[in-house]
Design a protein around this ligand. Sequence first.
Ligand code: SAH
Length: 217
Amino acid sequence: MPPQKPPPPEKMQFQLNLRQRGISDQSVLKAMGDVPRERFVSSLDRHEAYRDTALGIACGQTISQPFVVAYMTEQLQLKPAMRVLEIGTGSGYQAAILSRLCREVLTLERFRTLADRAQLELSDLGYDNVEVILGDGYDVPANLGSFDRIIVTAAMEEVPHTLLQRLEEDGILIAPVGPHDGSQVLMRFKRSGDSFARQELLAVRFVPALRGVAREL
Ligand code: SAH
């Protein structure tokens, strides 16, 4: 076998930073190392792709900070057989990370431009277990069924009960919850029958979750 090409120093530093900030799940660290973040940022920002910072993308939205992506992914406690729903595809980067760690990812985005771009990038990378759907995360189509995990990557003032109901038994939902113009708290909900245990995780700042599919592209 030919020797494996070592990862470039900036990628090693990237993973090291995540470790130092407390990410310890090896499978999450591996996914963060494997997925090329430069493919999901705007072409002008390629040189910034491995800095631990959120960056602007089309439609006035953002690709989240890598630490927050890794943290939310770790908190989901994914297993390979799981089916996961993401609300807020944005660039498709979080969906790409999830796709390395579970069976199937469905991701909803309200801007057609972002949904189309993300799907192209994900397919081009061969991440074929992700489906991007143009839609509203406040009104998840019934035919999509229920999920082992749900991750919301836009801030909700509160998590609708109808969304929590889409979790399977023992399912986990993670979402930034709080006012749109301020900081929010990352909340984790775990389903047990008809009750949902809630836990506050971390102060965060996300773009708002807005209702309906966007009328502009
Ligand atoms: N997870 C993304 C970052 C998300 S930014 C990434 O990895 O790049 C939040 C995204 O949520 C934006 O693209 C925004 O358009 C989308 N969004 C906001 N409200 C939504 C809703 N109700 N349904 C679906 N997507 C929504």
